[in-house]
Design a protein around this ligand. Structure first.
Ligand SMILES: Nc1nc2c(ncn2[C@@H]2O[C@H](COP(=O)(O)OP(=O)(O)OP(=O)(O)O)[C@@H](O)[C@H]2O)c(=O)[nH]1
Ligand SMILES: [Mg+2]
Length: 354
């Protein structure tokens, strides 16, 4: 599955700075496929030390890490829903993403103009929430007359219409769609609307370099991910050893971008499994709880249909016994059937019949 994240926020909060740092970082490794689909869409490699270790154990011809697609759009301003600052036009670019990442300005630089005159994270988060809710409300209001027409011809559309009306009322009260109590079945009735406020939300606090270690108040009940976009931009320019030195100097263990990607995986309930052979070592992304056939289906739908069994070893054992041969000799490779629930870090060979 291609995980994609849309970046939103007020103008001038550092979205493009962060986006550029993210995508440039993804591009430095010649081994890794990197594509720029569009200047505002970048594919970023998911940093994973386990994949590095797998490659080290038996170098394959090709290494394919998991990737995340980021979409950078122009800043939203108050009234974006009414066409102010072209906001709505840009929001269309993130309708199909899996999550929304909001960059919030905490940095104080007086040389960088703040749209509302002062740095006020709570107020800014509120402004963006309102704009996203209003954009969704506009989507719902456009959909209702169409659904009414369809429901007359096809009664199967009635539950979709009813649910769309319900979420319309909820949005009208100023709430995010994702906060409405609904069953998974009800939620799926809204899927085609691609509501922005239904998507999981990540908050990035773009802080001053010397504030990277400060405690921040939660936003929407969760601690924002602290990043200094300027530092990330600088790090992206450096060679690995220089970057490590710079990180050390500012007291960080890793770039903030890593934490951002990790948090996105956690928020979306995703995990990785690996395949490894002489041709290719690869990290794949599946939802937590995916079964072995579902994991096989991520590689190829035929693999899922013709699934016979999976040969599985945990990354820990693969690492401990020095790769496939050692792990087999130690008896740590297991044969698993179609009910097996894949665990994070599993190294898997699928057996299938097509
Ligand atoms: N001091 C400081 N300046 C930053 C930081 N991040 C971004 N900036 C500056 O803020 C200005 C705006 O940054 P952008 O990344 O273009 O902001 P944006 O959110 O993409 O803005 P729009 O695309 O207009 O919505 C630039 O001059 C950046 O150099 C930071 O962490 N610290
Ligand atoms: Mg920008």
């Amino acid at each position: 599955m291609a995980l994609s994240i849309g970046i939103v926020g007020l103008p001038n909060v550092g979205k493009s700075t962060l986006f550029t740092a993210l995508t440039r970082k993804g591009g430095v490794s010649a081994n890794y496929p990197f594509t720029t689909i569009d200047p505002n869409v970048g594919v970023v490699v998911v940093p994973d030390r386990r994949l590095d270790r797998i490659v080290e154990l038996a170098p394959p011809e090709r290494v394919v890490p998991a990737t995340v697609e980021f979409v950078d759009i122009a800043g939203l301003v108050k009234g974006a829903n009414q066409g102010e600052g072209l906001g709505n036009k840009f929001l269309a670019n993130i309708r199909e993403t899996n999550a929304v990442c909001e960059v919030v300005r905490y940095f104080s630089d007086p040389d960088v103009v703040h749209v509302s005159g002062e740095v006020d994270p709570d107020d800014d988060v509120e402004t963006i929430r309102t704009e996203l809710v209003l954009a969704d409300l506009a989507t719902v209001e456009r959909a209702i007359p169409r659904l009414e027409k369809e429901a007359k011809r096809d009664t199967a559309v009635e539950p979709v219409l009813a649910m769309t009306r319900r979420v319309g009322e909820w949005l009208g009260e100023g709430h995010r769609a994702g906060r409405m109590a609904m069953t998974a079945g009800e939620q799926s009735l809204l899927r085609d609307l691609h509501l922005l406020t239904m998507k999981p939300m990540l908050y990035v606090a773009n802080v001053d370099e010397d504030r990277l270690h400060d405690e921040l108040a939660p936003i929407d009940g969760v601690a924002p991910i602290k990043i200094c976009a300027k530092v990330e931009a600088d790090l992206a320019e450096l060679a690995a050893d220089e970057a490590a030195e710079y990180l050390g100097a500012i007291g960080l263990e890793e770039p903030g971008l890593n934490a951002l990607i990790r948090e996105a995986y956690r928020l979306l309930g995703l995990q990785s499994f690996f395949t490894h052979g002489p041709k290719e070592a690869r990290a794949w992304t599946v939802p937590i709880g995916a079964t072995a056939p579902e994991a096989a289906g991520v590689i190829h739908t035929d693999f899922q249909r013709g699934f016979i069994k999976a040969e599985v070893v945990s990354f820990a054992d693969y690492d401990r016994y020095g790769g496939e041969q050692g792990a087999r000799a130690a008896g740590t490779w297991r044969i698993e059937g179609k009910d097996y629930v894949v665990r994070d870090g599993d190294v898997i060979h699928f057996r299938f019949n097509v």
